[in-house]
Design a protein around this ligand. Structure first.
Ligand code: GLN
Length: 193
């Protein structure tokens, strides 16, 4: 029998419950992660949306950063959605929070804030055959990528909203509340690859 993938959701702040709910549709073991010792058993970790300065403060307070990086060096996959993407970026156009520098992209927070706070749209996503509904909530965008980063999705105006580097995935939108579990399926396949 093949062992089930062990997938964790960082449950410090934000919409971790919605990710846990989505993951329950799959044949994986799901873990609500509240301290770094729980990372040990994981094959994949999701950092959810929420408020990135708060999430990063709690990552620092509970000493998660090095433990996450160590696990990635040993093959763990990681997916940052929205505030999660902000936390894992290499660089931000803002000075807060100080991101962890796990994926080689520059991110700009609250990109759509000046026009509209929240919206949804259908997008193409490389590796997923059908178009998916993407929900953006005070969302960041990716403003620069290094060569080793694959762009998985752009809006029609060229704005980059999903990226991947090895087993690290970043999305500016919120697949956990879109009603479609296709991006979770994509992440689980990445985790098991
Ligand atoms: N604007 C939020 C931030 O900068 C992210 C919003 C979200 O995760 N939905 O932290």
């Amino acid at each position: 029998m093949v062992n089930k993938a062990q997938v964790g959701v960082l449950a410090l702040q934000g919409d971790f419950a919605e990710h846990i709910e989505m993951l329950s549709n799959f044949d994986v073991d799901v873990h609500k992660i509240k301290n770094k010792s729980q990372l040990e058993k994981l094959d994949g970790l999701i950092i959810p949306g929420g408020e990135s300065t708060t999430i990063k403060k709690l990552i620092d307070r509970y000493d998660f950063e090095n433990a996450i990086k160590e696990k990635i060096n040993h093959g763990m996959s990681l997916w940052g959605t929205c505030a999660g993407l902000i936390c894992i970026a290499n660089k931000l156009t803002e000075k807060d929070p100080i991101p962890m520098g796990i994926i080689d992209v520059e991110v700009s927070r609250n990109w759509f804030g000046r026009q509209v706070d929240s919206f949804e749209t259908n997008i193409e996503f490389k590796g997923i055959t059908e178009n998916i509904k993407a929900v953006f909530i005070r969302a960041p965008i990716v403003t620069k990528v290094k060569n080793n980063v694959e762009i998985l999705s752009k809006l029609t105006d060229g704005t980059i909203v999903a990226v991947k580097q090895d087993k690290i995935l970043g999305t500016s939108f919120h697949p956990e509340i879109s009603g479609s579990s296709k991006v979770h399926e994509f992440f689980i396949n990445l985790t098991s690859s």
